[in-house]
Ligand binder design. Structure first.
Ligand code: ADP
Ligand code: ASP
Ligand code: MG
Length: 444
């Protein structure tokens, strides 16, 4: 029988009422054999996610050894879930133990993982399914990366023994034997890993929107929905900030050629977005598939005559970053110029000044300039390479909207064009690109 793995996000599991909807969805299709769940998310816009409350508990435990005040809020959330679901389940003994462990362990990852752990226990009881703890089947290696060689056989063997199972997302066991989490939003990765391990027919990712939209719905009112998108396009868009799906969630399923579908828990009848391996994907008519972006980057721009003939210039520039353990996002270059685009959060407390000084000394550039408060916006689509004039349209639209382009990077995949603009122009830029390629029927 074909197997579907379904992952439900925080909003889908934020309260008892929503968990009932989730249970209905899961049980309506017997091929949904394994469910991966997030911690309870926001119930209303200024609500606090359980994961965020847990990070506060961690901080309080480190600072004062007592997290009881914040933990009481978490306790309350789980109590209301249990009573809304009318479950006979003694959650208090698990909560008491968890609070004690958080205060004693003083471990950020362990603490953060408890939202998924507790919610998975509840969903398992609600469904009458087995609970399989992620710590027994998902492992990380000593570099902190997912250890597929160790994990896949364990997952396969363990789940083969379970008719159905609920598995908490977001965490596994680190090389030191302690609980380790993925980065935020990481339950998407857990779901993808489980789907790959059981060779699922499809990985269903259930969230609070009816699919991947052509741009962030908080910027453009009701943007077009993307019906089908390739793994490559999705990777570009999610990496650049369209975080409907964690950018790293693609890798496990991609290796197994397993499609993903993004579905809406609150409108399960909607088709959602189908994400296909590139070889199974036939480009649709649109030139551009989607637009996404992120704020708060810094660009270090280096200029040096005959840079291109100076062997090792780029390597030396990058080795300065490596020495300081700083990641760069992009490195657009010209004949005599090189720009390094870095997330500003890595350059605080004098790090930027130190880097610039080291570059000045070790690279002797003719000119070095720093642009701060830069946003990056990526326009992504397989159709762009084949359509002459796409960049002319893009830059024409930005100029008409009065957006000053500070940096351009055309990805070597010809799948995207990335522009660097001032943070302040971010929303304007996304709207202008959306309007140019999708029309202004929904432009705000
Ligand atoms: P979950 O808790 O289910 O994992 P997330 O909050 O991580 O859900 O992701 C869904 C949210 O992503 C949506 O509510 C939406 O606000 C936001 N979002 C950002 N960009 C896009 C996009 N291009 N398409 C759809 N949703 C987007
Ligand atoms: N609960 C975790 C977070 O808020 C993981 C997830 O929801 O995917 O980031
Ligand atoms: Mg998410």
């Amino acid at each position: 029988m074909s197997v579907k793995v379904c992952k439900f996000g925080g909003t889908s599991l934020a309260d008892g009422n929503n968990i009932s909807k989730v249970a209905e969805i899961i049980l309506s299709d017997p091929s949904r054999k394994y469910a991966v769940v997030s911690a309870p998310g926001k119930r209303f816009s200024d609500d606090i996610k359980v994961t965020d409350l847990l990070y506060t508990c961690y901080k309080e435990s480190v600072e004062t050894g007592d997290c009881s005040e914040t933990f009481a809020k978490i306790r309350q959330r789980f109590h209301s879930i249990i009573s809304e679901l009318e479950l006979q389940f003694d959650i208090d003994s698990i909560l008491d133990r968890t609070e004690k462990e958080i205060e004693e362990n003083k471990d950020a990852d362990f603490t953060a993982s408890r939202g998924e752990f507790l919610n998975a226990c509840i969903v398992a009881v609600k469904l009458g399914w087995e609970f399989v703890d992620a710590k027994e089947i998902i492992f990380f290696d000593k570099n902190g990366s997912f250890d597929e060689k160790k994990s896949y056989p364990l997952i396969e063997r363990r789940l083969a023994k379970a008719k159905n199972a609920v598995i908490p997302g977001f965490y596994g066991t680190g090389a030191d034997g302690r609980i380790k989490t993925f980065s935020r939003g990481g339950s998407d990765i857990s779901g993808s890993i489980i789907a790959r391990a059981v060779n699922a027919e499809i990985y269903e990712n259930w969230t609070d929107v009816s699919g991947f939209l052509a741009c962030d719905p908080r910027i453009v009112y009701k943007p077009e929905k993307i019906e089908v998108i390739s793994f490559k396009e999705l990777r570009e868009l999610s990496y650049m900030g369209a975080n409907v799906l964690h950018a790293d969630a693609i890798f496990p399923v991609r290796k197994g050629d397993i499609p993903i579908v993004i579905k809406n828990t609150f409108r399960p009848e909607d088709a959602g977005t189908l994400i296909l391996p590139s070889k199974k994907y036939t480009p649709h008519g649109n030139i551009v598939t989607g637009v996404a972006g992120k704020k708060d980057f810094t660009v270090i721009y280096l200029e040096k005559s005959l840079m291109n003939s100076e062997i090792g210039f780029a390597r030396r520039a990058l080795s300065i970053l490596e020495r300081e353990k700083i990641n760069f996002e992009h490195m657009p270059s010209g004949i005599d110029t090189l720009s390094l685009v870095i997330e500003s959060k890595y350059l605080k407390n004098g790090t930027l000044e130190k880097l610039v000084e080291e570059m000045r000394e070790e690279l002797s550039p003719d000119y070095i300039r720093v642009l701060e408060d830069i946003a990056l916006v990526a326009t992504v689509g397989h159709g762009m390479a084949a359509n002459i004039g796409t960049s002319a349209r893009l830059f024409g639209a930005l100029s008409a909207a009065g957006v000053n382009v500070r940096m351009i990077d055309q990805g070597s995949s010809e799948l995207n064009i990335i522009v660097g603009i001032d943070n302040a122009d971010y929303e304007k830029c996304v709207r202008a690109i959306y309007k140019e390629f999708f029309g202004d029927k929904n432009g705000k």
